[in-house]
Design a protein around this ligand. Sequence first.
Ligand SMILES: Cc1cc2nc3c(=O)[nH]c(=O)nc-3n(C[C@H](O)[C@H](O)[C@H](O)COP(=O)(O)OP(=O)(O)OC[C@H]3O[C@@H](n4cnc5c(N)ncnc54)[C@H](O)[C@@H]3O)c2cc1C
Length: 465
Amino acid sequence: MAENFAVPKYWTTLSLVLGFMMLSATGTSLLLPSLGDIESLLLNDTGSINSTSTDYGHIVYEFPAAVLNPTSPNDIVSLILSANNNSAPVSVAARGQGHSVRGQALTSGGVVINMTALIRNGSRIVVSESPSLGSYADVGGEQRWIDVLRATLERGLTPVSWTDYLYLSVGGTLSNAGISGQTFLYGPQINNVYELDVVTGKGELVTCSSKKVPELFYAVLGGLGQFGIITRARISLAPAPKRAKWVRMMYSNFSAFSRDQEHLMAPNGFDYLEGFLLMKQGPLDLSFYPLLDQPRIAALINRYGIIYYIEAAKYYDDSSRKTVDKVVEKTIKGLSFVPEFLFEQDVSYIDFLDRVHTEEENLRSLGLWEIAHPWLNIFVPKSRISDIDSGVFRNILLKQNVPTAVTLIYPMNRKRRGLTLEPGRTPLGRQALPMMVALFTSIELKTCLRGISSLPLEPPCYKHN
Ligand SMILES: Cc1cc2nc3c(=O)[nH]c(=O)nc-3n(C[C@H](O)[C@H](O)[C@H](O)COP(=O)(O)OP(=O)(O)OC[C@H]3O[C@@H](n4cnc5c(N)ncnc54)[C@H](O)[C@@H]3O)c2cc1C
């Protein structure tokens, strides 16, 4: 993977900027070399420093010397140019919503660029249309996906590829991949971008695409903020559906679950497809299910120890309202879920896409949002996915009674649209494999995962500068 990656020339350039400054033992008296006019926009008060010194993971802490609240992309250009003109290296890290978990948006002794400051300039989300591209949105890298959704829905349009959680920045997810239950159909978010504006390590603001400066375009998409800073992304749009039939089907057997997940990737079926685990040691969130059904679901989980469920959605609008139930019925016909353990909700499209926000509110009210979040994402080939079940889910988590939070299993097909990028072009192009397991869990699981080194796993926890 990383070792096979041809490093673009921009890497060398940005490396000149990256470096470190002296960090005192307490992390408070950090020094920056002179950065010229841009210094007037740098903040080093305790609030600014502390708020950019950790992330959602609450595992890594690094204290920057200063925070830049840019008023426009030109301020980012000025910072990088000033940093380049300095004899002493200055470390720079772009920060979107700070929802990474291993310090990817942090820098020790350097400057954090608080991209969200650009939101103060207004929405920077412009919906347009062209004969060659159809509908698209030009979106500031600092914008949150929830705001992109709201703005595009006003025009009856929507991006097609999402993350499960929408309060992440466009620049932040495009620097990773952006994966959710739509990836099996459309590829990750990075496959649905036409063009980017990027501030490079040389301090140039460059517009790039698959045709124009493609090396930069493909390096930045999925580039973990190492090849430039995204200040605008042109994202493809499609007509927005109005509502979603949202279903969950429970399995006591992993092979049946993964076989059905794969089967459901067939075209013309569901628009969204994921998988989850429910374990008897909990914690169990059964709020999706009718109150009356919750006792029998809890009994099923207790009986088998682990229950797997497929979560899927079929979108519809006025024209398909009458047929959607038949389509769902036909799509699930012949599946091997436990009889009588199919549950359904009918929700608006926006409520469906924004479903994790409700969970966030619940967790916040319980004081469980601002805590440590070890989180592992791995791509697993179909040939080894059952080893994850027997080796990790059953042999470690269940046997050792390890409480887990969220465990997700996304089916993916590298041959399907969006996952057939030229090998070596994007992280997913290099790594695409048919199943992805995302373990979003407690500290204990991280410890447990050390026990599975015999599996061909590569935790994509990158650390920069
Ligand atoms: C509750 C939760 C749910 C999640 N769900 C999903 C999911 O369903 N699918 C998924 O794919 N991911 C998911 N993630 C992971 C998330 O997509 C990444 O952590 C993403 O980077 C977060 O975006 P951010 O704006 O918080 O980025 P940050 O954490 O602020 O930054 C992440 C990286 O991107 C870089 N960066 C930030 N902005 C820019 C920019 N404008 N230009 C260049 N580089 C930049 C940073 O330097 C850093 O390296 C989830 C995370 C959380 C906390």
